[in-house]
Design a binder for this molecule. Structure first.
Ligand code: DI6
Ligand code: FE
Length: 401
């Protein structure tokens, strides 16, 4: 079944740049791209249907490569407290923060977690997101982490979106292991990861490397276990302080190191050599009113691929819009709209290990694309949120989300 999508302009994002084709067309065959190029060079033979895109700008489907979208409760009360001057650390010390979301998540049924996450996922899908990573990490015991990962798998099986599932059991120390963080890491490595991976619930393993979470030595044990299980790793690193987590991630050929405000030039060199993607999260930077910027010049100079994501979570980035993150990446981190778009397409695909099949519009890749009613590609990063008119095509079929 071959479909021609004609009368458009395309930013293919091949090689992580716009790579514009004006007056272009795409031919899909089933769920793959069969042909793409200037419309004038198209051979019309053998087509089954034709769709006129009315002069739209076509981009690859957007990819949100870092979210904690499945959780119980919400923390808008803590947001109010923080606005009155109580710090994130003080809230955490008083039993709030991640611990309060863990309590609410443990208490919630699989059905209610599914329902609340589905509503959040729909916000992203309506914006043109066609691939989405979701992390566990608010369960912190085997049964609750399994519940989160099952919700993630069910979202991927039910909604029109490609889902990658990441196990973040090493996100925070659960209360039953208070003051015994090494014992919790033993539990993660010996019990949780083998069981969850064995059940087919895990596509990648993540951890939170920070002075208020887990040390590089503890993270390394998690990485070794992941490696033994044949799973790729990712890492929350250098968000609040510089511990060398991103260099550690590079040593384990991590798909990505994420946050990175406090990373050093040596970390950038190590990441570039390993092909580890830098995932920047401007929503968390903004919401926590951080002032330390990620080292954009070092990342660019050493050629580290840069992705952008929402980090959608109840504590530090309740961001329901990936497109808003494009604007924040430009305004706050001084990225160009072209770099920002690469950050939610090709580089985001690489951060999920999907670079060969997703993230750019090239022959043989999956036909996930969005036809936007905009004047220029930079409009995507220019408008602050809002629901831009668009048509979303997933696996070669127009999707009506
Ligand atoms: N970094 C973050 O910003 C979130 N998790 C992480 O590892 C915080 C999650 C939360 O506060 O609930
Ligand atoms: Fe995160």
């Amino acid at each position: 079944m071959k479909t021609l999508w004609q009368n458009c302009h395309i930013t293919t994002m091949a090689h992580g740049t716009y790579s514009i084709i004006e007056d272009a067309a795409i031919v899909t065959s089933g769920e793959r791209i069969h042909w793409i190029g200037p419309q004038a060079q198209l051979d019309q033979a053998g087509l089954d249907s034709v769709v006129d895109l009315g002069g739209a700008w076509v981009t690859p489907g957007l990819i949100d490569c870092h979210t904690h979208i499945v959780f119980g409760g919400n923390r808008s009360g803590e947001f109010e407290q923080r606005l009155q001057g109580v710090s994130y650390a003080e809230i955490a010390a008083a039993g709030g923060g991640i611990a309060s979301t863990v309590r609410a998540t443990r208490a919630a049924s699989l059905e209610s977690l599914y329902a609340s996450a589905e509503r959040r996922v729909r916000h992203l899908l309506k914006e043109g997101v066609t691939t989405l990573e979701m992390k566990s990490g608010y369960g912190l015991d085997l049964e609750s982490e399994r519940k989160l990962l099952q919700v993630i798998r069910r979202l991927g099986n039910t909604l029109p979106v490609t889902v990658r599932s990441t196990c973040l059991a090493a996100h925070a120390l659960p209360p039953e292991f208070a003051d015994r963080s090494d014992a919790y890491i033993d539990h993660v490595c010996q019990e949780m990861l083998p069981a969850l991976a064995g059940e087919g619930l895990v596509d990648a393993v993540d951890a939170f490397c920070e002075y208020l979470a887990f040390s590089p030595a503890q993270v390394e044990r998690v990485f070794i276990t992941a490696q033994q299980l044949g799973l790729p790793v990712k890492l929350h690193a250098e968000q609040l302080s510089s511990l060398g987590g991103s260099s550690l991630a590079a040593r384990y050929h991590a798909l990505s190191a994420d946050h990175l405000e406090y990373m050093t030039e040596d970390d950038a060199i190590a990441m570039a050599a390993a092909g580890t993607v830098a995932v920047l999260l401007p929503g968390a930077y903004y919401f926590l009113r951080e002032t330390q910027l990620p080292p954009m010049d070092a990342l660019r100079r050493h050629g580290v691929p840069i992705a952008i994501a929402t980090d959608l979570n109840p504590g530090t980035s309740p961001a329901l819009s990936l497109r808003l993150m494009l604007n924040m990446a430009c305004t706050l981190f001084r990225m160009t709209p072209e770099e920002a778009l690469a950050g939610v397409t090709l580089n985001a695909a690489k951060a999920l290990g999907l670079g060969a099949s997703h993230g750019s519009l090239e022959v043989g890749k999956v036909a996930d694309f969005v036809a936007w009613d905009i004047e220029r590609p930079a409009d995507l990063a220019y408008w602050l949120g809002g629901d831009l008119d668009k048509r979303i095509i997933r696996h070669g079929v127009e999707s009506s989300i």
